[in-house]
Design a protein around this ligand. Sequence first.
Ligand code: ATP
Ligand code: MG
Length: 577
Amino acid sequence: MKHLKQIAFSQRPVIILLVMISLLTGAAIIGQAYYFVAIVEGVFLNNASFQAITPLIIGLFVVLAIRATLTYWSGRTGVKMAAKVKKNFRKSLLSKYAKNPVQASMQGQSGKKVSVLMDAIDDLDSYFSSYIPQMIQTAIVPVMILVAVFTQHLYSGLIMIITAPFIPFFMALIGVMTKKKSEEQLDKMAAFSGRFLDTLQGLTTLKLFGRARKQRELIKESSLGFRDATMGVLKVAFVSSLMLEFISMLSIGLIAMEIAIRLVVYEGISFFSAFFILILAPEFYQLLKDAGSAFHTGRGSMVAANKVTDELEEDVPVVEWGSAPLVTKNQPPEVELKAVSFSYKEEGFSLLNIDTFIPAYSQVAIVGRTGSGKTTLLHLMAGLVSPTEGQVRVNGKALSDYKEKDWFEQVSYISQHPYLFSGTIAENIAVGGPKGSTRAQVEQAAEKAGIDSFIKSLEQGYDTSIGEAGRGLSGGEKQRVAIARAFLKQPYIILFDEPTTGLDLQTEKILQQSLQELSRSSTVITVAHRLHTIQAADQILLLDNGKLIGRGSHEELIQTVPEYRDMVSVQQGGEAQ
Ligand code: ATP
Ligand code: MG
């Protein structure tokens, strides 16, 4: 990614505008000093009449007005530039997260992501809204002032030239010190928000294990750490502005003394020049000091920019999609896995070399011990993650050749823990369906999923709010909402991660019926735990620690794969109880 400076300077018109504003500001500052001195000289030394100085007074007011306008204009330009850059950064971050939502949500803390997306990007603001405009101004206006001073008096100009470098020197020195501090501060902030969100999400678990108090301590610690880091940054910032103030006061004093001696003792300088220089000198140092504080905010932004860049450049495997249309010819597409391998990271769990063919309308059951890779395999088949090696093929073509939209239109994925958006139940069901589904269609889908009567028993029925902002649903209810989504969508391929926990008989039966009905019009691939589903499947895939150790019908596997036989007998034993 580009450096922040490059980003700023790639916006040419804005930079040119800022340069113009700076030139005009310089002229306004000098003009203001000129008019002010001329008025004072006219009134106090030359006893000029009011009429004689009226044009000067008007001139002064005009210049003041121009200066104020320029300040406003420069600020506005900077803020606009900042807004544009922030928008672009947020867009790239979002599209990065969206490119591979599954992987993105599996890796790293969500709290940290939120902190980067909101706070770190907001921290970029000051770089563009104050640092860049200020730096351009500092590069131009002091030089103009210096030239003006030199035309009046050589020695004052020399004093300015000699003292001025001390300010950037101290700025740089302090900058080096704050860089580390503000990096630390941002880290603490990210850690703090991450911890806070994690805790919120896991509150139930933490309470159950009596860890709530411990967690409170941790949050307290984490927030105190953040406070200390912030205070550290502020301390350095205050000390640095004190230092800068000191240097500029000293320099102005030096110039004043020199001028006073020349004016009173040697009489080698006119009152006009002396007063003119005395007015310009503070402006000169003020600009350098402003650059100093802009520099600090700029520093903070650079640290934040690194955070954003790191997040943007973090290597997550991306699911690439092509542009081929998926033509379904009124039947489910055929799915084939060819030597598919997948691993989450270099080391750790991996699925190895999976081959299978899934014809239209078939029912596939994926079975295996917990952690054997069933959900992972389902993610691969759904196109949520892409294989590290091998290919998922659909209708004889690589899945990644198709348009993303075309594929997902054909697929419903009912996960182990379906996600409910905050909204009403009706909205949550309609989210899966075609645009503009009517309430009647939603209700019909809910009825097929066996959740209609439950929803109607709620006080507000289909308009009950659920999800983060509303009431909760049980695991089984959530899955039935997800199944209702599938009924509404009528996809050709249904991927279903069955709940591992036992359901009550009633729910089981409804699930069974629902799936049977869905399987009439679609290919159904189920991560199956119930013997019933397993036996009914045309094809069973038995996974063991990421490897496919058995493939075939129930009878075939019973005959040939001892691990399968063991599994079934354990299940039957369990069922008999
Ligand atoms: P269960 O029956 O309990 O749902 P599963 O067969 O569905 O298990 P998977 O969810 O596919 O198992 O996980 C397979 C393995 O991959 C597990 O060992 C798990 O720890 C690991 N795993 C899952 N998600 C990730 C991830 N995001 N990063 C690294 N490893 C992961
Ligand atoms: Mg699973």
